[in-house]
Design a protein around this ligand. Structure first.
Ligand code: NAD
Length: 362
């Protein structure tokens, strides 16, 4: 069960009880610090988790790509071994190498651990001025296929083909996760989004699967007063920037979900604030939505809040709700009451200054 929501939309409950825990002892978490600003924000988050006395042991692993036996780049064996054991990872952003012959490591991780649902709660933080005020939208995106399945080839010189892969199994399981989340989190409405009039077969299949799951959960959803509707991607794009309050939860295929969740991030004040969880059958990885921010890397300017709120989602997932709530309150107090903000939120605080101020508020 996905559980209930904290003030910034963190995820409680979940299947986090399995793996990586010495009896009665601290929980072991695989830490992938990542590239660019990844190491700085990971260190800030660990400092805060330690100050909050969260009973965690971080097992750092290097995700620098290795070339596997098929000549493709892949994640190092150490990462796979650690994740298989701990079942829960906290991850900084990874640089995606540009050019042919490289696969996205993020994609590889999602596929390796079958992390089929990407959950991105976007909720306005009180005190961060935005155009619309209290936006609260959760996007759940299919995380393993669609246009991001990584199947691309050259047909003839000057003609390339990318496969958009949609399967019934993956669509049904992300749809089921969405309705379970909506019920557990006491949400108000689920909107299924696809371009099924144009991409009749692929988006058509996705939409039919969500509809099928909506029918399965109809009585529970009716009882809980949660509505279900369907819309096209183009309509959602228009509406979400004119009146984001008309949406509550969106379930989308992979690429659409990526685009809309970044749009939602913009509505609540930027990528520096947006957490995410990748949840699947073989474990879960929590990470910020933003990338490696090469323009500010190594300058102590990054905002660690998105990764910190991702760790809050992780704490809920493994059942450490009190620690999660404590950290979330400290984030609100630091940004709203003390007005200590990093540059991306219009403030002057360095990453380290913001981190120290937040620790004082724990
Ligand atoms: P980006 O998210 O790294 O940066 C976009 C803009 O937002 C930049 O101006 C950056 O300075 C700012 N920004 C991002 N995070 C911030 C933070 N925490 N605090 C303050 N400002 C922040 O996007 P990009 O430049 O398009 O991508 C850079 C690299 O990151 C690429 O290689 C891309 O593939 C990769 N990427 C990785 C992930 C991931 O690992 N999950 C996600 C997105 C992008």
């Amino acid at each position: 069960s996905p559980g209930t929501s904290g003030p910034t939309g963190g995820q409680k409950g979940g299947a986090g009880g399995k793996g990586g825990k010495a009896a009665g002892g601290p929980r072991v978490i695989t830490l992938m610090p990542g590239d660019g600003i990844g190491p700085e924000i990971s260190m800030a988050v660990i400092k805060i988790l330690e100050a909050a006395k969260a009973p965690l042991i971080f097992e750092p692993v290097d995700v620098t790509p290795v070339i596997n036996s098929k000549g493709m780049n892949s994640v190092p064996e150490q990462v796979i071994e650690s994740m298989n054991r701990t079942k829960v990872g906290l991850k900084g952003p990874l640089m995606t190498p540009v050019g042919t012959g490289f696969r996205s490591l993020n994609l590889t991780l999602r596929q390796l651990f079958n992390l089929y649902a990407n959950i991105r709660p976007c909720r306005s933080l009180p005190g961060v001025e935005t155009v619309y005020g209290d936006v609260d939208i959760v996007t759940i995106r299919e995380n393993t296929e669609g246009e991001y399945s990584g199947i691309e080839h050259t047909l003839v010189n000057g003609v390339v083909q990318s496969i958009k892969l949609i399967t019934r199994n993956a669509s049904l399981r992300v749809a089921e996760y969405t309705f379970q989340y909506a019920l557990a989190m006491k949400r108000k409405k689920v909107t299924a989004v696809a371009e099924s009039n144009v991409m009749r077969m692929s988006d058509g299949l996705f939409l039919r699967c969500v509809r099928e799951m909506a029918a399965k959960y109809k009585s529970k959803m009716d009882q809980a007063g949660i509505k279900y509707e369907e819309s096209t991607m183009t309509t959602v794009c228009l509406n979400i920037v004119q009146d984001p309050k008309r949406y509550d939860m969106l379930v989308l295929p992979n690429l659409y979900g990526d685009i809309i969740s970044d749009t939602c991030a913009g509505l609540i004040g930027g990528l520096g604030l947006t957490p995410s969880g990748n949840v699947g059958t073989n474990g879960a990885i929590f990470e910020s939505v933003h990338g490696t921010a090469p323009d500010i890397a190594g300058k102590d300017l990054a905002n660690p809040t998105a990764l910190l709120l991702s760790s809050v989602m992780m704490l809920h997932y493994i059942g450490l709700h009190e620690h999660a709530d404590k950290i979330e309150k400290a984030v609100l107090k630091t940004i709203r009451d003390d007005n200590i903000r990093t540059m991306d939120l219009g403030g002057k605080a360095k990453c380290s200054e913001y981190t120290d101020a937040l620790i004082k508020n724990l």
